[in-house]
Design a protein around this ligand. Structure first.
Ligand code: SF4
Length: 908
């Protein structure tokens, strides 16, 4: 019998509601929750395939322990695992003090998980060394909200998207990163075509292409742009001087500063037209309601706080804040980054939005927890924490629900830190992340669909998360692992841990957290699990006695500062951490793919999520390709002083000249190399401690590697494909360029590609053949020509190609890949195999990448129809693309524009 369970999506900060279907203890399907106010039933490609990622072979199921560094990890029971961890932590704390240990947790924790780990570090051990991957994501937005408005939290809500007249999207490719909200914005504009959309982004992303005005600024120059917009607003009388006088402080210094930012000056810094800056300012200032939506393009910068503040200045100066349709709205990246901020689960915060630096706040928290004190010394923030591990100052680190070996900047240092650490605990739902390799103790955690608690989305809305099925193997809930460890550690440190961690159910933790918010800006004393379950998700604040949460903060114009006034900050433009020079002449920016999530530990287990973008590649403007004599598809070496990657390069006109772009998802699980963070800098914002993950300078040169190998294996199930991926992964390091990804939909295909300047080593070929069942198999067909260094082996069963390995001559690879994924019969079994040159199909004869994931419609089918005269609605009617979740619509529109520039308007 199928059971339905109401919960939320595990991926981004939009926080969509889902209904999980399960039967016989397994998750069988997922759909959007029509009653959830974040998505009203919608899900994007990632959310709608969540069920395919549940309980796969990539899951960690049992604790594994390595007692000595030179040993392999072996399976142990939970008691042994936690006793060992408590012993090691207690020993290190007793010998070196509480600050010799650290916890690095995650915006993907539920609020209850976060609460327990925060209390464990600060309340039991007495260290503030707990930070989170939210430091890499939202901390600049937090700093700016606190400086400007007095408290953390976006003042508006999603409904603003329907109510606004002008949307300024800055540093966010919403169409990919927050797709359900972007769809909501597109629909709002269809209903109200007079709405203006301005996009600020160095790249012409799908979001930027949909805007009425795209300001393609040079990376990192946002502050100059916002200052110039304020200059125009002042010059043209579009500021609300009464609002400024009555409800803010600090405007005079800002006015003086922006006098120096005439649009013509900013235009030179930003490399955009001064007239466009004026237009943006006018649209923003003349609109009845102006909303800004922003994300990592502002946050992940050494001037992230200033970028946020300069944007908030625009809202405060025009009174475009704290009313329907208006306000500065930071879009949170992770599903529960907000919840982590609420419980103060960071090195610089305390529970209930309290400040660590405030002695009264420390005392309040100590009283709430029933401990003598909370330490005053600030903890190490993410970059500082791993540096302290590297230097030996921190000796033991507990990493939960996150993958810093992939996501931290300047990765080589993080790897070095974990190699040097005395003891590394990794608590994760997946055993496949780049970080688990460094775990002395691996603790399996429950994940989406298996655990219960609460999360808070980008609009301050708290939802219940519910379990649909039991934990796989011996996996435990994150909060439970924290509590079980805390009890053991307390005993070894000579305390009784039970009064501090009395929890048997997550609801008890929620109730304690709720109490910590009493009287605070985020007061949720009126909420309970029962209320969230019966009345649905609610926004904070929701104090005792309230019947509804607050959609808009500060509606009374009383901000959360001591004097109730918002604060302007004079924000001079400062250059990014690095600028191009003769050695590193190109700017590298990093960003997201539509169908992948973070380090791909979950989304990388779903074959169809590779169909939009199959493998890592460096995007470069065609002009830059030309002047380097490069062809799209060639291998290049992209490098700077911190590291290098060997990748194929692709032409991308969405970039400005002088820039290259790399998706942040790819890492050592899918390529030879650490991904974009091999190149990024660990320089961070002085106020938010958020590192500059978005931008670095690099050089790019051709990498000659004419010897190529492609090996593919179709699998009956995703678990079989993932097991083969595990077997092939070690071979990624066997050639300078190598990638290994999944392909297909119902029948996953593993695709391994490698290239080398030297002949492909016979040992690599043999290991691949073994991993893919091509080795001496009775059904293997072979063509070997040692003179030409060509070798092709294939495994064919019932006229179906099950596996193939091509060395030296790989022209047929894409065709064979599509054949395997579609389970089609070989046209004439074996004939192609024996031919001296495999006949490649022309690109247009291949299916190509998938644009519409819901209806499985390929790029080439769409192109063909466009060339035959189709517009968007014809495409939707004939091919069905864009009629499912609708998230491919911006891309289809872009394809129509690209194919038929003369008739763009009416066809797109
Ligand atoms: Fe999940 Fe975000 Fe997609 Fe919603 S928009 S389904 S929360 S990934």
């Amino acid at each position: 019998m199928t059971t339905e369970t109401r919960s939320t999506c595990a991926y981004c900060g939009v926080g969509c509601g889902v209904i999980i279907e399960s039967a016989d203890g397994r998750i069988t399907d997922v759909r959007g929750d029509a009653e959830h106010p974040a998505n009203f039933g919608r899900l994007c490609t990632k959310g709608s395939t969540l069920h395919l990622s549940a309980q796969t072979g990539a899951r960690a199921r049992y604790p594994e322990l390595r007692r000595r560094r030179e040993d392999e990890r072996v399976r142990v029971d939970w008691d042994s695992a936690l006793d060992f961890a408590a012993e090691r932590f207690a020993g290190i704390i007793e010998a070196h003090g509480p600050d010799s240990v650290a916890f690095y947790v995650s915006g993907q924790f539920l609020t209850e998980d976060y609460y327990v780990f925060n209390k464990l570090a600060k309340g039991l051990i007495g260290t503030n060394n707990i930070d989170t991957n939210s430091r890499l994501c939202m901390s600049s937005a937090v700093s700016a909200y606190k400086i400007a408005l007095g408290a953390d939290g976006p003042p508006g809500c999603y409904e603003d998207i329907e109510l606004t007249d002008c949307v300024l999207i800055a540093g966010s490719n919403m169409a990919y990163a927050h797709p359900v909200l972007f769809r909501r914005l597109e629909e709002a504009r269809e209903r109200r075509p007079q709405m203006k959309i301005i996009a600020v982004d160095p790249r012409r992303t799908d979001t930027a292409a949909s805007a009425d005005l795209h300001l393609a600024i040079q990376p990192g120059t946002d502050v100059a742009l916002f200052n110039a917009m304020l200059h125009v607003l002042l010059a043209e009388g579009l500021c609300d001087l009464d609002h400024i006088a009555d409800h803010s402080t600090g405007f005079d210094a800002l006015r003086e500063l922006v006098a120096n930012y005439a649009p013509e000056i900013a235009a030179k810094i930003c490399a955009v037209r001064s007239e466009d800056i004026r237009t943006a300012a006018r649209w923003f200032g003349q609109s009845k309601a102006a909303l800004s939506l922003y994300c990592q393009g502002l946050n992940q910068s050494i001037h992230g706080t200033d970028k946020n503040l300069a944007l908030i200045n625009l809202h405060l100066a025009t009174g475009q804040i704290a009313r329907p349709g208006a306000g500065p709205f930071s879009l949170t990246g992770q599903p529960n980054a907000m919840g982590g901020r609420e419980v103060g689960g960071m090195a610089t915060l305390l529970s209930g939005h309290r400040d660590l630096a405030n002695p009264v706040h420390r005392e309040e928290v100590a009283r709430l927890w029933g401990v003598p004190s909370v330490p005053a010394t600030p903890g190490k923030t993410a970059v500082e924490m791993f540096e302290a591990v590297r230097s030996g100052e921190i000796k033991a680190i507990w990493i939960a629900c996150t993958n810093p070996v992939h996501s931290m900047p300047q990765q080589a240092r993080v790897v070095e830190a974990l190699r040097r650490a005395e003891f590394v605990v990794v608590q994760d739902a997946f055993h496949t992340t780049d970080t688990t390799a460094f775990a002395d103790l691996l603790l399996p955690a429950t994940s989406w669909g298996e655990k219960g608690g609460t999360v808070t989305n980008s609009e301050r809305r708290i939802s219940r998360v519910q379990a649909a099925v039991a934990a796989p193997g011996e996996a435990r809930h994150d909060w439970r692992i924290g509590v079980d460890f805390a009890h053991r550690l307390a005993t070894r440190l000579g305390h009784d841990g039970t009064p501090l961690f009395p929890y048997e159910r997550p609801e008890q933790i929620f109730n304690e957290h709720r109490e910590s918010t009493r009287g605070r800006d985020l007061d949720i004393t009126g909420l309970s699990y029962a209320l969230l379950e019966t009345r649905g998700p609610q926004q904070w604040p929701f104090p005792d006695g309230a019947s509804v949460g607050k959609a808009w903060l500060y509606e009374d114009r009383c901000f959360a500062t001591a004097d109730g006034r918002a604060r302007f900050t004079a924000t001079p433009y400062l250059a990014p951490a690095e600028e191009p020079d003769s050695e590193y002449p190109l700017r590298l920016t990093t960003g997201r793919l539509r169908d992948q999530w973070h380090g791909m530990s979950r989304s990388g287990t779903v074959a169809r999520l590779f169909s939009h973008v199959e493998a890592p590649a460096l995007a470069m403007h065609p002009h830059d390709l030309r002047i380097r004599g490069l062809q799209a598809g060639e291998l290049v070496r992209v490098a700077n002083a911190r590291g290098e990657l060997i990748l194929p390069v692709e032409a991308d006109e969405s970039l400005l000249r002088g820039q290259v772009h790399l998706a942040m998802h790819w890492g050592a699980q899918f390529m030879n190399g650490a991904g974009s963070n091999a190149l990024t800098s660990s320089a961070f914002d002085a106020q938010s401690q958020q590192p500059e993950l978005k931008h670095a300078v690099v050089q790019v040169s051709r990498f000659e590697a004419p010897r190529q190998i492609v090996a593919m294996r179709s699998a009956e199930t995703i678990d079989e494909a993932l097991a083969r991926l595990d077997a092939v992964r070690p071979l990624l390091k066997e050639a300078p360029y190598a990638s290994c990804v999944l392909h297909g939909r119902d029948r996953p295909v593993l695709v391994y590609r490698a290239a080398s300047p030297q002949p492909i080593a016979s040992a690599l070929i043999e290991r691949l053949d073994r991993a893919l069942d091509l080795h001496e198999h009775h059904a293997t067909m072979a063509y070997d020509d040692a003179r030409r260094n060509v070798s092709k082996h294939a495994l064919v069963c019932d006229a179906r190609l099950l596996a193939v390995r091509l060395v030296g001559e790989i022209a047929a690879a894409d065709w064979l890949k599509e054949l395997m994924a579609s389970e089609s019969a070989l046209p004439s079994a074996g004939a192609w195999m024996l031919a001296p040159v495999s006949r490649p199909l022309a690109a247009q004869d291949l299916r190509g990448r998938t644009v519409c994931s819901c209806l499985d419609v390929s790029e080439n089918d769409i192109r063909g129809a466009i060339d035959a005269g189709a517009n968007l609605s014809t495409l939707q009617m004939t091919l069905g693309c864009g009629t499912g979740c609708g998230f491919c619509v911006p891309e289809i529109k872009r394809m129509i524009v690209a194919r038929a520039p003369a008739t763009t308007a009416e066809r797109a």
